[in-house]
Ligand binder design. Structure first.
Ligand code: ADP
Length: 421
């Protein structure tokens, strides 16, 4: 079956058409037949692009003022007589939607119905920058593809298996019971995908493994995946916590915030912008949020870029140690995301001090990865395997859509992991 996957942001819609079925998923043969995006929604020069394997990228520039028009144009280009990949729109049998925040309401991917839609709406307060756009895309697609099922897949759902000792903060308990302030974690679809694929690569059952997954892109997070369940993750109530990121601070002393607000006379909006947009690799280096630029500046001798690079790697190293302790050992560490998949330097520096854990990197394999493939980059003698697994969040969304429709979508909730209300 063909599934349309939609990922709607504030001014963009990313899409893929994925040919899939339960059997194809089992055989790891599900794949995208087309992908693309609409960028700059709301502007007069919005850009639609379509990539089809083996063809030149097709682009269209026109005014697209809202998400519904964007989805309309996507459907139109998909059935375009020369550029398209579908004979008719009816070939799309279901739509999978990326949803950022499912709060504590969703520990699984779900078929959207009015009740589910209302529950997603209730999560807007937790992700005011993301969920409203996700919902806008969902409603546009429901209106244009009313005859097919729509499935919602949440970034947070995989981490709903965390126990209270991992998800509660040391704040007054009422903040949890009244406002649901706790660690949720994000990038769940990616952590789940790479953990499953790492177990497969190791020829082991996921249920018998302890895997630390490192998703390093513009946003970065790690997860401790024990026996297939996320038991801890670095991002928190929002994606700001944990690792150093392109423009986000990651972990820091919260007491700095009121202090900086007073000293620099910042408003709340300015403080938020500082933490989310002007910090991280960018704020430390003054060079860029892009790891390629940081690495280039390091080799040109830029000391602030080197500090930023060192902090970036050091935090990952620390969390690998922490998660090995949390899981009572570790069988594999997996890197994914733009940086995790492409930066041999980050992987090398991160793992350099971890010989004591039993990690023996194969320097040659680390430096010469076959592009886009899933590989192990440690020596055969290494007690802990290190893997690079390219992530594919759209593929997970399509897989979940098939599973939800086939009635075989597991819940990530585990018994006894609820905190007292
Ligand atoms: P997003 O989180 O937006 O999906 P990506 O997963 O594409 O982002 O990751 C973007 C990051 O990957 C950027 O910091 C970019 O510099 C980094 N990156 C991409 N290619 C390389 C490379 N060859 N070496 C180092 N970093 C890279």
């Amino acid at each position: 079956m063909k599934i349309l996957v939609l990922n709607c942001g504030s001014s963009s819609v990313k899409f893929q058409v994925i040919e899939t079925s339960l059997e194809m998923i089992q055989a790891n043969k599900d794949s995208a037949i087309a992908k693309g995006s609409v960028e700059r929604i709301g502007m007069s020069d919005s850009r639609l692009s379509l990539e089809v394997p083996g063809r030149k990228t097709y682009q269209e520039i026109s005014e697209i003022l809202e998400h519904r028009t964007a989805v309309e144009r996507i459907l139109k280009v998909l059935v375009h007589p020369t550029q398209g990949v579908l004979g008719k729109v009816e070939e799309i049998e279901a739509v999978g939607h990326r949803m950022v925040h499912g709060g504590e309401k969703f520990a699984s991917s779900v078929l959207v119905n009015p009740e589910v839609e209302e529950m997603i709406e209730e999560c807007v307060v937790l992700a005011p920058l993301h969920n409203p756009h996700n919902l806008r895309g969902l409603r546009a697609a429901q209106a244009l593809l009313s005859g097919v099922p729509h499935v919602a897949v949440f970034d947070t759902a995989f981490h709903q298996s965390m126990p209270p000792k991992a998800f509660l903060y040391g704040l007054p308990y009422e903040l949890y019971t009244r406002h649901k302030i706790r660690r949720y974690g994000f990038h769940g679809t990616s952590h789940r995908f790479v953990a499953i694929h790492t177990a497969r690569l190791l020829k082991r059952n996921l249920e018998d493994t302890r895997i630390v997954t490192c998703h390093l892109g513009n946003g970065c997070s790690m997860a401790a995946v024990k026996q297939g369940h996320s038991i801890d993750t670095t991002m928190g109530f929002t994606p700001l916590e944990g690792l150093l990121m392109g423009t986000r601070t990651g972990d820091m002393d919260p007491a700095v915030l009121p202090w900086v607000m007073a000293m620099e006379e910042l408003t709340l909006a300015q403080l938020n912008a500082m933490l989310n947009k002007h910090s991280g690799l960018y704020g430390l280096s003054g060079v860029s949020s892009d790891m390629r630029e940081i690495q280039k500046a390091c080799s040109d001798g830029n000391r602030r870029a080197k500090i930023a690079f060192d902090i970036f790697c050091y935090r990952i190293t620390k969390y690998i140690g922490a998660y090995a302790a949390a899981m009572g050992g570790v069988d594999a560490v997996t890197f994914t995301g733009g940086i995790g998949e492409n930066s041999a330097e980050v992987r090398e520096q991160t793992l350099a001090g971890l010989g004591f854990l039993g990690i023996e990197l194969d320097a040659e394999k680390n430096r010469n990865l076959p592009r886009g493939e899933e590989v192990i980059i440690t020596t055969p003698a290494s007690r802990v395997a290190v893997a690079v697994v390219p992530t594919n969040e759209e593929r997970v969304i399509a897989r979940d859509t098939v599973r939800v429709l086939g009635g075989v979508m597991p819940s990530f909730a585990v018994p006894d992991n609820e905190a007292p209300r």
